[in-house]
Design a protein around this ligand. Structure first.
Ligand SMILES: C[S@@+](CC[C@H](N)C(=O)[O-])C[C@H]1O[C@@H](n2cnc3c(N)ncnc32)[C@H](O)[C@@H]1O
Length: 236
């Protein structure tokens, strides 16, 4: 077999193996109850997530699993203990819960209509289990950022984001939000699902402001995990 073909086969095998391990962290109960939930297994905890089916975003998306798995398996390199972490587009809150269980001081954010379900999941899964109780706060991309998250008092070590880029009309506001929340030392960990050409364009726009590194890739899910830091403006 040609070396390139061999390499491709190896990458395909690695991808399938890790993806099946990531997906095995999800458990869907067969018993039908009045409250529907799914269980996820990360950092030694069973995390029960209630999904609000009437609301886009209030289900757990595969990118969230990829990011949780990354946080768990790279906890030494990306140590969350006592770190200031903000998640944007947190949805059901799974990523924020995992970061909290890993010891971070987390602010989970989303649109106002998502906050009730988000707060519910976060409270159920972090009470008495975390060093710092996570906060839930509204953050609509690009809206009232200076008032609600003044740059001078933003001191986030990490900005987390899973599946926040798709065909919605707020892509420029999203970019503005990433930029607003980051200082020079902030690390963005971003799991990105590629669906349409729009996503590639967003990555190009993002690269104008941030140094972007692909940390891992899961071709069978069309998901890439990126690490990013603000470009040093003095050298830009
Ligand atoms: C595809 S879902 C991903 C949810 C979660 N991160 C996950 O991976 O399971 C996209 C999320 O972005 C949020 N979102 C969409 N537009 C937004 C906006 N303009 N401002 C803030 N959040 C927004 C949605 O409410 C939703 O929670």
């Amino acid at each position: 077999m040609e070396p390139e073909v061999q390499e491709e086969a190896r990458e395909d095998h690695d991808d399938k193996q890790v993806v099946s391990e990531i997906m095995a962290r999800c458990f869907i109960p067969t018993l039908v109850t009045s409250i529907s939930w799914e269980a996820f297994h990360f950092v030694g905890h069973e995390i029960r997530i209630t999904e609000a089916m009437d609301c886009y975003g209030a289900v757990v998306w595969p990118s969230a699993l990829v990011l949780c798995y990354f946080l768990e398996t790279n906890a030494k390199q990306y140590n969350m203990v006592d770190k200031n972490v903000i998640e944007i587009g947190a949805g059901t809150g799974l990523v924020s819960i995992v970061a909290s269980l890993l010891g971070a001081r987390v602010t989970a954010t989303d649109l106002p209509e998502l906050l009730g379900n988000l707060q519910y999941n976060i409270s159920c899964n972090t009470k008495m289990k975390c060093k710092h109780l996570p906060q839930v706060k509204e953050l609509s991309w690009g809206v009232a950022l200076d008032r609600n998250f003044p740059r001078a008092s933003n001191s986030f070590d990490y900005v987390l984001a899973a599946d926040v880029v798709y065909a919605h009309p707020f892509l420029e506001d999203l970019l503005l939000t990433f930029d607003h929340l980051c200082k020079e030392t902030t690390i963005v960990l971003w799991a990105m699902k590629f669906r349409l050409e729009k996503e590639n364009k967003f990555v190009d726009r993002f690269k104008e402001l941030f140094d972007l590194e692909e940390v891992s890739s899961f071709p069978s899910l069309n998901i890439k995990l990126y690490k990013a830091m603000k470009k040093n403006r003095r050298n830009a």
